[in-house]
Write a protein that binds this ligand. Sequence first.
Ligand code: GLN
Length: 490
Amino acid sequence: MNFFETEYTIEKLRDAYQRRAVTVSGVMRQFFDYIKTRDASVGAFLEVFEKEGMERAAALDAQQDAMDPLAVLPPLFGVPVAIKDNMLYAGHRATAASKILEGYVSAYTATAVQKLIDAGAVIVGRTNLDEFAMGSSTEYSAFGVTRNPHDPDKVPGGSSGGSAAAVAGNMALASLGSDTGGSIRQPASFCGAVGLKPTYGSVSRYGLMALASSLDQIGSFAKTVRDAARVFSVIAGPDPLDATSTPYPHENLLLEGAAVKKKVLGVPREYFVDGMDGSVEAAVRSAIDRFQKDGFVVKEISLPHTRYALSCYYIILPAEASANLARFDGVRYSRLDTIPAQAGLMELYRKQKGEGYGDEPRRRILLGTFVLSSGYYDAYYAKAQKVRRLILDDFEKVFNDGVDAILTPVTPTTAFAIGEKKDDPLSMYLSDIFTIPVNLAGLPALSLPIGSGFSKENMPINFQIIGKHFDEQTILSLGEYYETYLKGRA
Ligand code: GLN
C-alpha cells in the first residue's frame, strides 16, 4: 500500500488499521521516511518529532493488540498530525517562528493538541508559519521559507503555510492551524487542501499564542471534508481553561444528501471584485453553477459593508496584537543569555525586542499602539468596533432572510511567487479580503478544492462556504456533498 498517494485519507487509514492490514509503527516509519525526502524541498516543518513519534506508534500498536479485534478504534488512532508552531506542546519547543521565542520550551499543552493526542493521533512535528501568525505567505518566518508543494517557486500561503504544505505534500494526514483573518483558508486554497475555520468559540484557544484574541480560532487542514469533520469533532467543545469556548454539541456533522439539498445558498455580489484573477473567478463561478444545476436554490445576496472589512481588521488586529505581544517583555520569555547581566531596563527591552522581532510584528505593534493611544482611540479603535458590528449585521440579515450558507472565493489570486509581495505589506494584506469578514463576524467557514481543470499555471483554487454561528454541520455537509457528487462534474 502506498501511503503517499494524494487520495490517501484518514478514513482509508482507519479502515486499514481496523482490518489490521497495517500497524501504526509500519505506517509511521513510512511517513517519517517520506518527510525526510519530501520536506527537504518543501520546508513545511520546523521540527520533526521522529523518535517520540515512533515510540508512540509502538505504544499504540500494543494498545490495539490488547483490544478486542472488533472494538472501534479511537477517532484518530495512529493518524499522523502536524501542529502549527504557535501552539504549546509540553516539553517541546514553541517559537511562533519568531527569534524572540527561539529556544522557548512549552510548559503545558494546548487543549486542542491534547485532544488530538487523547484521540490517538501521532504528533509528527511543528510546522512553519509567519512570525506570530502575521502574514499570508509564510515568508515572514524567522526560520526560513516554506515552499508550495505544487510549485517550489510559489508560496504556500499563510500564516499556517507549513501546516497546509504538510498535508498537501502528503507528510501528514491532518494538521492544526490558526485562523485570525484567513490563515487556514487561504493556505488551504494555495496548496489545494481542505481547511476549516470553526466558529469563534467552538475550539478552545488555551495554549494558542494569542495574536488577536477576539478573532483567533484554531482549526484544521485535511485532505477531504470528511476527514476535516472528524478532526473538528475531536477538537471542538467546551474547555474550563478558555472562557470563550462553548458547550455547543457538534454531533452528526455530515447530513445525508436529501437534507443537504434543502439548503439555500447565497452568493454575495461584493465578493467578485475588479482586479480579481479571471481564472479564480471562473473557477468559483463554476463551483456555484454545479450546485445550481444540481437543483440547489442559489440566490444573489448583498453584504454591503464588505468593503470596510480590511480597514476595520487592520485596526482591531494590531490593537489586540500590541496588547498580546506586550507579554514578551524580555523577562518572562527571554533570551536573557544574550543580554549582559549589568544591562538596565531600557537596554533589556532594546535588545530583546530590537533583535527578537521581525518587521511585520514591529509594524503591527506600532500601528496597534497608535490606534489605542488616547486622542486616537475613538477615531480608530472605537469606530472599527462599530464597523465590525455592521459587518456582522450584514451576515445576520442574510441568514435571517432564509440563506443557510454563503458561497464565495477564498482569495483573489492563486499562489503567488516567493518574493513577489514580501516587501509590499499592503498587497500582502489584500490577499485576505474574502476571508477577513468571517473572522470579524466570528462565523465558521470551509475552504475546499474546486477540482481539476481550472487552475491557472496548474495551481489549485478553492472556494469558501460560510455558515451561521455554530453551524459547522451545514458547511461541512455542503462541502462533503460537493466533494462527493459535484467536484468531478464539468
Ligand atoms: N494574513 C492575515 C494577517 O496577516 C491573517 C493572519 C491570520 O489569520 N493569522 O493578519
